[in-house]
Write a protein that binds this ligand. Structure first.
Ligand code: ZN
Length: 241
């Protein structure tokens, strides 16, 4: 079983009727239902819970954390961001969705501004698979069409990704690196672009397939924790005069 925690700030769905109509129980609940499978043990956590639902115990019981945030980025306490970062460095997988590009945790792990172009114009997005050998692309067609999405355009201010899996084209002409992987410490990070709160993107079976593939890819490797610092020799070192 892979232990998955889906974190959603869960503010738009409570404050905006337009969003509530699409995700009545929250984006986290829609993702939990859409990702439900025998080998995922899924929990959810939200901003307004104590410790944002991300206690030490919860994070220690998480193999892969999914992050959706937007209007509440600044409300996430720095101590919790540090705690999530430490877990990633120790091997927890992290999947950052859509507007999570501006979350404290993503910016901290990237070390760059993470800004981009954007436009809300109900336009078409075509997500091209540019790395079909990658496990996150498993089972997908050559591209995924979303009839209505928000546009994100280059330049996306991130470090060069370890791997680029998806590139989006938008009706208005822009392109965007929509699926990028990174590693930090022992942890694997996958950024995946689509998922504006007013569109039903997280009910799309192909989008759910990508996130599900991402969970399997980001699962901790369970390699031994590297040892650092002053170290005794493994073999005797011959005395030298
Ligand atoms: Zn958005």
């Amino acid at each position: 079983m892979i232990k998955v925690t889906i974190w959603n700030e869960f503010l738009h769905e409570k404050q905006h009727e337009e969003v509530k109509a699409v995700y009545p129980d929250g984006i986290h609940a829609a993702l939990a239902a859409g990702l439900a499978t025998e080998d995922f043990e899924i929990a959810t956590a939200t901003l307004e819970e104590p410790e944002h639902g991300l206690s030490e115990e919860r994070l220690n019981n998480t193999d892969v954390l999914i992050w959706w945030g937007h209007m509440g980025h600044e409300k996430v306490e720095d101590a919790i961001v540090d705690r999530v970062q430490q877990r990633v460095l120790n091997g927890m997988g992290l999947i950052v969705l859509h507007s999570g590009h501006f979350s404290k945790i993503f910016k901290k792990l990237m070390g760059t501004g993470c800004d981009l172009k954007w436009r809300e114009a109900n336009e078409k997005e075509r997500i091209w698979v540019v790395n079909p050998a990658h496990p996150i692309a498993s089972g997908l067609p050559e591209y995924i069409n979303l009839e209505r999405e928000e546009m994100y355009g280059e330049h996306f201010d991130i470090p060069a990704p370890d791997e680029l899996i998806f590139v989006s084209w938008f009706e208005g002409g822009e392109v965007f690196r929509s699926g990028c992987t990174f590693s930090r410490g022992q942890g694997k990070i996958f950024y995946f672009r689509p998922g504006h709160e007013t569109f039903p993107t997280y009910y799309n079976p192909q989008i759910l397939q990508v996130i599900s593939n991402g969970i399997r890819w980001a699962e901790p490797s369970r390699a031994a924790t590297p040892v650092r610092g002053n170290h005794q020799p493994l073999e005797p070192i011959a005395a030298k005069s």
